[in-house]
Ligand binder design. Structure first.
Ligand SMILES: *[C@@H]1O[C@H](CO)[C@@H](O)[C@H](O)[C@H]1NC(C)=O
Ligand SMILES: *[C@@H]1O[C@H](CO)[C@@H](O)[C@H](O)[C@H]1NC(C)=O
Length: 259
């Protein structure tokens, strides 16, 4: 009885650490769950196949019913936008945000994310210790953060976009296919007259093979002394953040140094 209970608990326990990006935050104000973020259809589970089309907007995120039920938030360049997580980012690993512009004439809700994507935000390590290795800014004291924000670039061209937060759980990433990808797609309409050219761009899937040094990595032993982000450099600053910007608190910027 006792051992079967333990087996049952062990089977159930990992699910508690799973999560979704369920709502969009704009300038500190949270929107409703799946109001501006496409609903996913795999509960809170991660995608583990980096080559799968599910890497775009998660399982179900590109389905017609999910897209039709999702509104598009109109926002100006330079706004602080971000996401609330259901549960918390409960695994060690980096947090990125990718964006992709819908072709002209295609609304965000009709866009399947099959065009070019660029990385607009990266929140990685907050500390590297010679003995214990990597500490993660999204997982301080082994407790995942529940929300974060970043600044939409001032020179972002106007138009409809998908905004795709991605957290990579690296706790089992020592073997190929062991990294857990958590992502979702919000729909926004950017106003203004930004004239930047987001680059470099990538396609999803295809942007990761799953064999990158930042994806196929044993984070426990030997303790890594550096971390190299997979995927393209961040546009426009080519920098990484090392402290999160929680909703409701003044941002300390998107390019902060490690502790
Ligand atoms: C990963 O996804 C690709 C594309 O859908 C598929 O061809 C491949 O078989 C999948 N790999 C595994 C291990 O499921
Ligand atoms: C955002 O995260 C901060 C810090 O963890 C927390 O204090 C705050 O309540 C969170 N806000 C929302 C809207 O979830």
């Amino acid at each position: 009885m006792k051992s079967s209970l333990l087996v049952a608990l062990a089977a159930v326990a990992p699910a508690f650490a799973h999560y979704n990006f369920e709502s969009l935050i704009v300038n500190g104000q949270s929107t409703g769950p799946y109001e501006y973020v496409r609903r996913v259809k795999n509960s809170n589970s991660p995608v583990e196949n980096a080559s799968s089309p599910n890497m775009i907007c998660n399982v179900g995120g590109n389905d017609a019913d999910s897209r039709a039920a999702t509104k598009t938030y109109t926002v100006a360049p330079g706004a602080q936008i971000g996401f609330n997580v259901n549960a918390n980012l409960g695994h060690p690993g980096p947090l990125y945000v990718y964006m992709s512009k819908a072709p002209s004439g295609v609304s965000a809700s009709d866009y399947l994310g099959d065009g070019e994507w660029f990385k607009v935000y990266a929140l990685t390590t907050d500390r590297i210790d010679p003995n214990t290795g990597l500490s993660w800014a999204s997982f301080p004291n082994s407790q995942g953060i529940t929300n974060f924000s970043f600044t939409l670039p001032q020179n972002l061209p106007a138009g409809d976009y998908l905004v795709r937060p991605e957290h990579i759980g690296l706790h089992g990433a020592g073997t190929f296919g062991g990294a857990q990808f958590y992502m979702g797609c919000a729909q926004i309409r950017v106003t203004g007259n930004g004239n930047g050219t987001p680059s470099p761009t990538v396609r999803i899937p295809g942007f990761y093979t799953g064999r990158e040094a930042g994806i196929l990595i044993n984070i426990y032993w030997p303790p890594p002394q550096s971390y190299g982000s997979p995927g393209p450099a961040v546009w426009p600053g080519q920098c990484e953040d090392h402290t999160p910007n929680p909703a409701g608190r003044t941002s300390d910027g998107d390019c902060t140094p490690m502790r």
